[in-house]
Design a protein around this ligand. Structure first.
Ligand code: TNX
Length: 618
């Protein structure tokens, strides 16, 4: 159904119209007199001229993207090739009079202004409809948007010659519709400076909603620290692909990254280290609030993780009273796991847990608190389950929902508890039993969703303990049937964790994210009937030029039919923004690499970043 693209972007296979796609808008005439003129009965000369110019533009400039070339695949796509829309320089954005919807409209205008150079003022709907309309409504004009109870994220996008209309029951739905619209505009929309271009959007109707409510990625800011601005950029990447949760792994052996007023040394002492001996860092409460606020404006919920009772060396350095032997351990900058733990037999430990979780909860508007629970190898049996059960009660007492790595499964059930699965074999009777007792599951299978795994043996950073994960492996699995004994109804969603033992910069985060993050986004968002590897790789191909235009580093996987050169691995140089080849001969450390290996690797990588290589340039 997607038109044959004009830029080498491959067409997508026909998608079935969804049950609620509706008949679509009536075919408009080529020129719509009076469009955009307040109260116009008879069109003025200016209006007619603008309409004629638009019509001419349409004739001269076909869209560069097919209506179906969207990632993740929408639920239903109905192209209307005669109904393309051209954005005019005098266009305004009109939006339902609602503060949250208004924020989405402002976001749309901010996305479009740099590349178009158009002023794109934003104003309320009604009275003037205007060419870009965002309408908050429980029922779209031509058929319901939200037919599934609780579907708070669906939207409908109608593209006609006179207007692009996004209709949704919630501001979140409008926001997702805006992300779709962004993908339907020419690649140049990603430019940060004005581009002379006909801003054509392919005509037709998309009706869309997510398959799973929880779609996320995790960033480990503990092994290496990332700035607030880096995290903003990660949030932008999530939002682009309709992921709605950012899990921040805030604490680990190598660093404590969130200020806690009642235990100040956690950050000021425990935050000073990082893998490989770097300077570390931590977020003040104000920093963290900025992250949470930035995410909220992009309809992304932050899920903070305080990893307990293991992965706590940094906390023990700061407060030795929490250690089993009350002796301060040396700071840890290696990459081993499972050696540290807070003393589960000391009441002071539970004061610490309650204080920390209380402060983090107070800073976090979202419903989730992640208590970790992984790899606490030295806290066994009843000592472990007893600790987890107390931590779970503390979270419940704060009015939040517990999330923990799936190792917490044997602990008693609390309402709504969520287990995050990170195993690799799809079968865990303990998790299945916890699900029978009411637990829900977020799926992060290590061999499909772990973004710190290498793509291929020669990937310059990352691990391989869960296997190599190329784009096909990231894409090719089904959350509904993945875990034995865990039915689809118990699957809350999918999350792609990025552990950062080997990751030291935003460019490296992006290189591991792209193109696998969009693959996992499609696993989580798109109905099975709309998904196919062939269709995905062809739709995804058109995103390479978008990432390049947006300065996003990515791995140009040979599995994807990218439309044009350049090939090669593109890690933009942090200082110059120039794309460069990462040091191919350097292996980032695995789980058991030594600190000095890691230091050497970092030093070599830094050197590589200033030695531009032409080997992989187009
Ligand atoms: C396992 S997955 C871990 C992390 C490591 C990661 C490296 C999980 C819950 N724990 O501590 O960073 O492997 O891939």
């Amino acid at each position: 159904m997607s038109r044959t693209p004009r830029t080498g972007v491959a067409p997508v296979p026909e998608q079935p119209p969804g049950p609620d796609a509706g008949p679509g808008p009536a075919a408009p005439s080529t020129v719509t007199p009076g469009a955009g003129t307040p109260g116009a009965g008879t069109p003025g000369a200016g209006t007619l001229a603008r309409s004629a110019a638009r019509a001419a533009g349409r004739l001269l400039t076909p869209p560069t993207v097919g209506l179906g070339d969207v990632v993740p695949a929408p639920a239903s796509v109905r192209p209307r090739p005669a109904a393309d829309f051209v954005l005019a320089a005098d266009a305004a954005v009109r939006v339902s009079a609602d503060p949250a919807a208004r924020e989405v409209a402002d976001h749309l205008a901010e996305l479009l202004r740099p590349a178009t150079g158009y002023p794109l003022p934003v104003a309320d709907l009604p009275p003037t409809p205007g060419p870009l309309q965002l309408t908050l409504s429980t029922a779209a004009p031509r058929g319901p948007v939200a037919t599934v109870p609780g579907d708070a994220e669906g939207y409908r996008l109608d593209v006609a010659p006179d207007a692009v209309r996004i209709t949704a029951g919630t501001a979140t739905g409008l926001f997702h519709g805006v992300q779709t619209l962004r993908q339907l505009l020419p690649v140049a929309v990603e430019s940060r400076t004005p581009v002379a271009q006909h801003w054509v959007v392919p005509g037709g109707t998309i009706v869309d909603r997510p398959r799973l409510p929880y779609r996320g990625a995790m960033l480990d800011v503990a092994r290496h620290f990332f700035t607030v601005e880096d995290v903003y950029r990660v949030i932008d990447h999530l939002a682009r692909y309709k992921l709605n949760h950012l899990h921040l792994h805030l604490t680990d052996d190598q660093g404590w990254r969130i200020a806690v007023d009642s235990w100040p040394r956690l950050a000021t002492v425990g935050g000073r280290t990082a893998v490989g001996g770097g300077p570390g860092g931590w977020y003040t409460a104000a920093d963290y609030r900025r992250i949470v606020g930035y995410a909220a404006r992009r309809h992304v919920t932050v899920v903070p993780e305080v990893d307990l009772p293991g992965h706590t060396n940094a906390a023990l350095v700061a407060y030795p009273e929490l250690a089993p032997d009350k002796v301060p351990p040396p700071p840890y900058t290696g990459t081993e796991v499972g050696f540290s733990y807070v003393d589960p037999t000391d009441e002071r430990t539970y004061d610490f847990v309650a204080d920390v979780l209380g402060e983090v909860a107070a800073l976090t508007p979202g419903p989730w608190l992640h208590i970790g629970g992984d790899e606490a190898y030295k806290v066994k049996g009843a000592a472990y389950t007893g600790f987890v059960e107390r931590a779970q009660r503390i979270v419940a007492g704060l009015g939040r929902t517990v999330v923990g790595w799936h190792q917490i499964a044997p602990a008693g059930q609390v309402d709504g508890r969520v287990l995050q699965w990170w195993g690799t074999d799809g079968d865990d009777p303990t998790v299945a039993e916890a699900v029978r007792r009411g637990a829900r599951v977020i799926l992060s299978p290590g061999n499909h969703a772990y973004l710190d795994m290498k793509y291929a043996p020669d990937t310059p950073i990352g691990h391989d303990w869960a296997g190599l994960i190329d784009v096909h492996r990231a894409y090719h699995w089904d959350p509904a049937t993945h875990l034995t004994g865990v039915p689809a109804e118990a699957v809350l969603g999918v999350e792609a964790p990025l552990w950062t033992e080997s990751v030291t910069s935003l460019a490296e985060i992006e290189f591991l994210f792209f193109p696998r993050l969009p693959a996992l986004a499609e696993v989580a968002w798109s109905a099975p009937s709309t998904r196919s590897w062939t269709g995905f790789r062809e739709r995804l191909a058109g995103h390479g030029p978008r990432w390049r235009a947006a300065g996003i580093a990515f791995h140009p996987s040979p599995e994807i039919p990218w439309p044009a050169a350049p090939t090669g691995r593109h890690l933009p140089d942090a200082a110059t923004g120039e794309h460069r080849e990462p040091a191919r001969d350097q292996r980032a450390p695995g789980r058991d690499a030594t600190t000095s290996d890691h230091r050497q690797s970092l030093a070599a990588r830094t050197a590589a970043s200033i030695t531009q290589s032409d080997r992989f340039r187009p």
